[in-house]
Design a protein around this ligand. Structure first.
Ligand code: NAG
Ligand code: NAG
Ligand code: NAG
Ligand code: NAG
Ligand code: NAG
Ligand code: NAG
Ligand code: NAG
Ligand code: NAG
Ligand code: NAG
Length: 305
């Protein structure tokens, strides 16, 4: 797990250089030598340290499920705070009024909350739609997509940027494959969903490769506990790092850690997936706020850190 980090540490060249002064009476030479020593230390430090820092993880985003009813205007404050204190970090927020969109337009409290999300330039919103492992009546799924899309008629600040399809099958079945192609198409076709019409699938594990579709933008290939993650690292590594921009990892029941241990964990995952969610909660992970949300957001690598 830590091999990547260790490798970058090993790559650091020695910073110390020795100088042999044969003529200590020569002040000019001494000054020149001092300058050489300083340059020998400062230049490698200036070049190596920032590089080493940015190489400790790959720029990533947060995929944040908020399945909490915005009872008051301040219910979502922990999320607003995480978004506004991390302007360099992008968030994809999963909006879920009622295990799906509920009504169109959504109720007043949801309108206030979704409008607020739209006020941040580092936020994209996706609507939650369950598929019951592709056994749910497809008309109901397409209706849910259409309901989110119709929020746009009330106000463009209520528009979703895509759909998060939950309960996606991972084992191959050609009928289910056609079902998934169709629901993806509905999102890509919809004018009420804003560009880029993000399609996210959540099988929670690595799906059969035959499900690979160029209309699926992101697949959650891991949605499990930290303990289980530790047993699955080899299988997950097999996906490689090349397609990390198409993958998401969601880890729950993560033990409370020091900032540097959490950073190591998140850096490690970031090599394999661009969309990350890590919580210390061990139940109702998405229905309550984790008191470690700030700590997590602080360690997610971005292009600026
Ligand atoms: C909640 O926010 C909305 C929109 O900003 C505002 O109109 C409303 O008065 C606020 N409600 C309360 C109780 O502050
Ligand atoms: C699916 O829903 C549609 C529309 O509500 C209905 O006409 C159809 O009979 C349903 N299909 C099944 C298999 O239940
Ligand atoms: C679509 O949105 C408009 C404006 O909010 C609303 O009046 C209408 O009832 C909605 N249509 C459906 C089918 O939900
Ligand atoms: C594939 O899925 C369909 C629809 O869910 C189901 O009716 C069928 O039995 C499945 N086929 C296999 C081989 O499991
Ligand atoms: C999407 O649009 C294409 C081309 O306009 C159309 O053939 C297809 O039926 C649409 N699919 C859905 C699910 O709306
Ligand atoms: C997706 O793949 C299909 C063929 O499988 C191709 O026709 C289509 O152009 C591709 N779309 C994109 C956006 O790459
Ligand atoms: C990465 O994605 C490309 C195109 O989507 C696919 O052809 C390739 O097999 C994938 N690589 C791996 C290791 O999954
Ligand atoms: C779940 O988290 C709570 C609160 O942090 C803790 O008291 C409890 O021991 C945890 N349960 C398990 C099974 O780890
Ligand atoms: C760890 O991070 C938290 C928030 O991200 C910060 O408040 C705290 O000071 C950090 N602790 C140390 C020891 O750096």
């Amino acid at each position: 797990m830590e091999s990547l980090e260790r490798a970058t540490e090993k790559a650091s060249p020695p910073l110390r250089r020795r100088l042999n002064l044969r003529r200590p009476w020569c002040i000019a030479l001494l000054v020149a030598a001092a300058i050489v020593v300083i340059l020998a230390i400062v230049i490698p430090c200036a070049i190596i340290l920032p590089k080493k820092h940015s190489h400790s993880g790959k720029a990533s985003k947060v995929l944040y499920p908020i399945y909490i009813y915005p009872e008051t205007n301040s219910t979502w404050d922990p999320l607003y705070k995480a978004i506004s204190t991390h302007p360099e970090l992008d968030f994809v927020i999963i909006v879920n009024p009622s295990s799906g969109p509920g009504s169109s337009p959504p109720d007043t409290q949801y309108q206030v909350a979704v409008n607020r999300l739209s006020s941040y330039s580092n936020v994209q919103k996706v609507g939650y739609v369950p598929t019951e492992y592709a056994t749910r009546n497809i008309s109901a799924v397409l209706d849910d997509v259409a309901t989110y899309a119709n929020w746009t008629s009330e106000s463009t600040s209520l528009s979703m940027d895509g759909i998060f399809f939950d309960e996606i099958p991972y084992d191959w079945n050609s009928t289910k494959s056609e079902y998934l192609i169709r629901i993806n198409e509905a999102v890509k076709n919809s004018s009420g969903i804003h560009s880029p019409h993000l399609v996210i699938h959540n099988p929670g594990t690595i799906p059969d490769a035959r499900y690979d579709q160029n209309t699926t933008d992101i697949t959650v290939v891991f949605e499990q506990s930290y303990d289980y993650y530790e047993t699955q690292v080899t299988a997950l590594d097999a996906l490689g790092t090349k397609n990390r921009t198409e993958y998401s990892y969601m880890l729950h029941s993560v033990p409370t850690m020091t900032n540097s241990s959490l950073k190591s964990l998140v850096d490690d995952i970031s090599y394999r997936a661009e969309y990350l969610f890590v919580t210390t909660l061990n139940s109702s992970y998405y229905e309550q706020f984790d008191s470690h949300l700030e700590q997590f957001c602080d360690v997610v690598p971005t292009s600026s850190k």
